[in-house]
Design a protein around this ligand. Sequence first.
Ligand code: NAD
Ligand code: MG
Length: 393
Amino acid sequence: MTRRLTILGSTGSIGVSTLDVIRRHPQRYQVEALCAHSQIDRLFEQCLEFSPRHAVVRDEILAVELRRRLAAAGGATQVLSGPEALVRMAELPEADTVMAAIVGAAGLPPALAAALAGKKILLANKEALVMAGPVFMRAVQSGGARLLPIDSEHNAIFQSLPANYRGNPGESGVRGILLTASGGPFRKTPREDFARVTPEQACAHPNWVMGRKISVDSATMMNKGLEVIEARWLFDIPAENIQVLVHPQSVIHSLVQYVDGSVLAELGNPDMRTPIAQALAYPERISSGVEALDLLDVAALHFEPPDFERFPCLGLAYRALREGESAPAALNAANEVAVQRFLERRIGFADIPQIIARVMERTPVSRLESLDDVLAADAAARRVAERIVDGMG
Ligand code: NAD
Ligand code: MG
């Protein structure tokens, strides 16, 4: 059976890796829609290669330009624009599978639409689940969607859990989860030097090539904090049973501990095409272009505990999870604002956790029942974060 896909965020790091896997299996996958933001040169090339029925860009100005280029090249893709078009593509009747790979809160409305429309969702956009945890998981349930994690740690956990696992750790004999973390580029950098860190240094990850936002998140270790929250919702495991383990080589992608003492893990070279291919083909297996892991080359595996003092974002994420309801949405919004301002060189690297902590102190926790509640909590936290950043300038 040919699978028909909508790819949200096709021009990003995950989007490009997804298309690389799909390119290897043209008879299995048909691209129905490619959605991007502003990189129309890359989107144009992707449209010519994969001939999707639809493409989405940020606004009408870019859409006019893309239509002109496609017409000149003989492409038949219909070009749409704006956030509503992303939602339409996520619920497209012709598509059975949605790759959710937009970065940040902008990815939530289409990912939620895919859940309600009962799609097979390949979830890379962790921020959607962090912001909207209970609302999102209810939408997956009520829409009859199938949620498969792309984040390498969560994909490893998914592969290490029993095949029939349905959010029942106790009955499945699961004691807990060990989330591995590379520790990022500043694992050994003294805290005094954090104030001088530049965006270029923060984006130079030792093991993975990724978008700029997640690269900064890895450098502050907020990425691991977001992943703890993501794991809590994906696997219905309480925060106290999710432990972070620093493993600088990123060979073990995460582990599941069982009550009998067994520990199961997934290992591999750090390349996102592995989890993407695993989720695309699940429960089958397809080639991804990733080399086999050479354990003799790895020789030894190293581990250390996370440093909550030097990386306060990790503790802030656990705190948001304990506070519950809208607290993770506030954490995520504050982090998105702080990372953006750091990339614009308006604040320092060490200011990122400070801003998030202050936003969390000043934002009352509210109940989350609907997408509107989530978006309201997100907007409120962003306003507080912007005021704090302005006060720093
Ligand atoms: P990226 O910055 O490389 O790409 C982001 C994509 O989202 C681009 O296609 C961009 O056009 C699109 N986009 C951005 N803002 C948008 C908006 N407002 N509306 C519509 N589209 C928008 O990011 P990435 O590294 O590919 O990460 C994507 C997601 O996957 C993130 O949530 C990240 O945390 C997660 N993730 C990435 C990796 C990785 O290795 N890159 C690993 C695990 C999880
Ligand atoms: Mg990850």
